[in-house]
Every structure is written in C-alpha cells, then in structure tokens.
Design a protein around this ligand. Structure first.
Ligand code: C5P
Length: 224
C-alpha cells in the first residue's frame, strides 16, 4: 500500500505577527516546519511526502527538507488562497498509483507514528476517511457580535478534529474536485459533502495547532 503525505504549510499565520510565514517561525532553534517534516520522514507508514509551501517560499522549504535529510519529499509546490486550494495543489503532485493520502497541517508540529497508525487502520475496514479528534470538554455557546449568548450548544457527541487525516486516494481526489464551493475547513468536510463515510479516532492534545506565540511556547515546552 503506498501512502503519500501532503504537508500543508502555506498559511500566512498573521496572528503571529512575524515578517515571515508561520511555518518559518522559530520553534526552539529551527523553523517550525522542520519538526513535522522530520517526523513524517521518520514515520514508517509514510512512503512519500509532498510539501505545500507558502507562495514565494518554495526554495527555503526545499532547502530545509534537504538539510533535514528528508529523502521522502518528492515535490514542493506553492499553496493557494485557502487551505483547500493548497491541498488541491498538493494532490496534483501525488502519484497516480497512491492508495492512501494523508493530509497534515504543518502548524501541528508534533505528529506521531501512533496517531498516523490510528488514522490509517480503519481505511482497510472500508471507511473513506479517518480523522483524529478529541471530545469537546468545555461548555459551548453561540455568541453574537455584541458578546451576548444566543444559545448553549449541547456538546454530546461533539469532537474537535485535528490532523493528520487519512483518505482513500481516489475518494479524496474526487471530493476535492467536486466540492469546490463549500466552506469546509478540513479535507474530511469535503469528503463528507461528497457523501463519503468518515470515522473519528482518538487524537492527541499535543497535536495543538500553533496559532499564537503562546502556542509556539507550549509546543517548544513539550519538546524540551
Ligand atoms: O489557517 P489554518 O490555521 O486553518 O491552517 C491550517 C494548516 O493549513 C496550516 O498548516 C497552514 O499552513 C495550512 N494552510 C495552507 N494554505 C492556506 C491556508 C492554510 O497550506 N491557504
């Protein structure tokens, strides 16, 4: 079974307020991107990697992959306006004979072999896609523009979903091609919109998505 990983790293990451894209922010002594790259490279389940870089940053991204000895990186392409556009750009580079595509946010540096194993396993039971998630623990409220609570949302059965997300390659290709208008914020959303069956498995709190400086410090602390 050939498993291709698409590492989407093309977000601007404006909330970090840096002069460079988020994936080139420092995590310890290195650009954040080095961490997920190294981890996917070392993951025994992953055969090949497509790196989706911020437009104009393809060269530094390739250099970093070379410096890290990431021989599984087959291609590096510029991302698009939205995350979904970036995934589509990455999919163009995935080999026709790939069986499974794993899509991972570079902004979640601490991807582990365990979680990759967990999302791959149910694909052989016939699921179209598998995503890691954590049950929502906090009480959820819908809040209006003036800060007033509009409703309290029952949290039973609600999960916060992470990446890496695994899909049968043909299913993801079809869903990303057909579902161009939806506002889905993850690949599973496109597969669901196209009628696919998606399963949620246990995620990992360490798959925190780095959005703010405090998140960077949290992840750096976990690595120390
Ligand atoms: O923007 P958001 O935090 O949802 O981004 C999640 C992941 O998708 C990040 O790793 C980011 O680099 C990537 N992304 C992308 N292209 C975009 C927007 C986000 O590759 N246009």
């Amino acid at each position: 079974m050939s498993v291709w990983a698409i590492l989407v790293a093309a977000g601007r990451g404006e909330r970090l307020g840096l002069d460079r894209p988020k994936v080139f922010a420092n995590l310890g002594d290195e650009p954040l991107l080095a961490e997920p790259l190294r981890r996917l490279e070392a993951c025994p389940w992953v055969d090949a990697i497509v790196l989706v870089a911020p437009p104009g940053w393809e060269e530094p991204a390739i250099l970093l992959a070379e410096e890290e000895g990431c021989g599984k990186v087959r291609s590096c392409v510029a991302g698009g306006e939205t995350r979904s556009d970036s995934v589509r750009a990455g999919l163009e580079e995935v080999a026709d004979d790939a069986v499974v595509v794993l899509v991972h946010d570079a902004a979640r540096p601490l991807v582990s072999d365990e979680v990759v194993g967990r999302v791959l396993a149910p694909l052989s039971e016939g699921w179209d896609g598998v995503v890691p998630g954590l049950p929502v623990g906090d009480t959820l409220k819908r809040v209006g523009g003036d800060g007033g609570v509009e409703e309290t949302v029952a949290r039973d059965g609600l999960w916060a979903v992470q990446t890496p997300q695994a899909f049968a390659a043909d299913v993801l290709r079809r869903a990303m091609a057909s579902d161009k208008l939806s506002q889905a914020t993850d690949c599973a959303g496109h597969v669901e919109a196209a009628g696919g069956r998606v399963k949620v498995v246990e995620g990992d709190p360490r798959l925190l998505k780095v959005t703010t400086e405090a998140d960077l410090e949290t992840v750096a602390g976990w690595l120390a």
